[in-house]
Write a protein that binds this ligand. Structure first.
Ligand code: ZN
Ligand code: ZN
Length: 439
């Protein structure tokens, strides 16, 4: 009995205070030796969507340096694909997005970005990793390096997908159109993660069902008939028509969508005119439209077309000069986490890190994510998209108590605590792969 007590005590003492997979120390060591430098370099040198040439070249070089990975560059533009084969078994897609945002960094980190870049619209913009995609790509390299080390624990194929243009939600579609599922092994499952400033470091979140909303960018062009501002009756004012469209759009969600279904129609840009006393001949609106199901998405997009055209008619515009609506660029469906796959990855997480690692992250807005394209139902690739905490608990507590607010994603003040984010991102992704490709 005494022996048993002693034995029990030793076992308890031997249990580490922090739960984690057995390879956690190797990830920590790799962070210090390699990943930290890589992260800082990515952070200081962000690139805009579809302009990620430098980042892609580094990712290709890093993946090539891992034994057993065959790398292909320029897939769907700047995309990179690394195929790691390790005998017969399932094929798993691991995706990381790599683009930054057109913002001037003011985060206060010791390694800020000061770079500018010519965007796809031809204008020069400051660039910042203001969404944490630098954490995603660094963790992908961390994961690849662990999987090479732990080769005897898994079998099958891992397809590493370094995706461009997530912020313009078109990079996934471009990679698929360039043969991602035909030129490379087609995945049986797909996994990805996002780091978030809203969740404490050391925490993971993964729930079945809707992980992010659908998003559609919509452009409305409103032709008018230009004239002197003092003789409005001789023209057709596109600014008045634009204002009527903006107001009419407000009834789409409030009057046409069932009250318990979410939806957003935001007019983010309204441009028209040249001068005080000129009635312009054109107005342009830019919208973002969000929903959580295809039926609502269709209702909103159809409603926008109906409203735009009929406001033109209401103002007496001829049928060939009615407002036109452009949809279908910068769009993504809802990201749905497959329940079975999500359950499996979630239990791999809790057995590796303990139950406490899981955090229930409430959705507070209708963010979108083009990972949805890789796991569209008709492609038959179930997906799981998880979230990794990126802000120290103390900072979140201070914010909650009315102190310094934690900066949001896409803000010049955005900052992530890199070490816990990259190490947990690497560990969690490696745990997911080891479980899904178990020997
Ligand atoms: Zn973002
Ligand atoms: Zn993002």
């Amino acid at each position: 009995m005494r022996l048993l007590t002693a034995l029990l005590a030793t076992t308890l003492l031997a249990t580490p205070a922090l739960a984690g997979p057995d390879f956690a120390p190797a990830v920590e060591a790799d962070y210090a030796a390699h990943l930290e430098k890589l992260f800082v370099d990515f952070h200081k040198n962000p690139e805009l969507s579809f302009k990620e040439a430098r980042t892609a070249a580094i990712m290709a070089k890093e993946l090539r340096a891992v034994p057993g990975i065959v790398v292909t560059e320029k897939v769907g533009g700047t995309g990179v694909v690394g195929v790691m084969k390790n005998g017969d078994g399932p094929v798993l897609l691991v995706r990381a997005d790599m683009d930054g945002l057109p913002l001037k960094e003011d985060s206060g980190v010791a390694y800020p970005s000061t770079v500018t870049q010519v965007d796809i619209d031809g204008t020069t913009k400051p660039v910042m990793h203001a969404c944490g995609h630098d954490v995603h790509i660094t963790s992908m390299i961390g994961t690849a390096r662990q999987l090479a080390r732990l080769r005897d624990r898994w079998r099958g194929t891992v397809v590493f997908v370094v995706q461009p243009g997530e912020e313009r939600i078109d990079g996934a579609r471009r990679m698929l159109a360039d043969g991602l599922y035909t030129r490379f092994p087609k995945p049986d499952y797909a996994v990805a993660f996002h780091v978030t400033a809203d969740m404490p470091t050391g925490k993971l979140s993964l729930e079945p069902g809707i992980s992010s909303s659908s998003s559609d960018s919509v452009d409305i062009t409103i032709p008018g008939i230009g004239t002197h501002g003092a003789s409005p009756h001789q023209g057709k004012d596109p600014i008045v028509m634009g204002a009527q469209i903006v107001m009419a759009l407000q009834t789409l969600v409030s009057r046409e969508i069932a009250p318990l279904k979410p939806g957003v129609v935001t007019v983010g840009s309204f441009h028209s005119g040249f001068k005080h006393n000129i009635i312009s001949d054109k107005a342009e609106l830019q919208l973002t439209v969000r929903s959580d199901d295809e039926d609502t998405r269709k209702k909103l997009l159809d409603g926008i077309k109906r409203i735009a055209a009929n406001v033109g008619r209401m103002n007496g515009m001829p049928e060939d000069k009615l407002p036109t609506v452009k949809v279908g660029f910068e769009s993504t469906p809802v990201t749905l986490n497959d329940p079975a796959l999500t359950g499996r990855v979630r239990s791999a997480f809790t057995s590796a890190f303990g139950e406490d690692v899981m955090h229930v992250e409430e959705r507070t807005g209708m963010g979108a994510e083009d990972f949805a394209y890789f796991i569209q139902k008709d492609l038959g690739v179930p997906g799981a998209y998880f979230v990794v905490g990126g802000t120290p608990q103390a900072d979140l507590d201070a914010d909650k108590a009315g102190g310094k607010p934690v900066p949001a994603h896409h803000s010049p003040f955005f900052r992530i605590d890199p070490k816990p984010s990259v190490t947990l991102g690497t560990q969690a992704m490696t745990v997911a792969v080891l479980d899904l490709l178990k020997r």
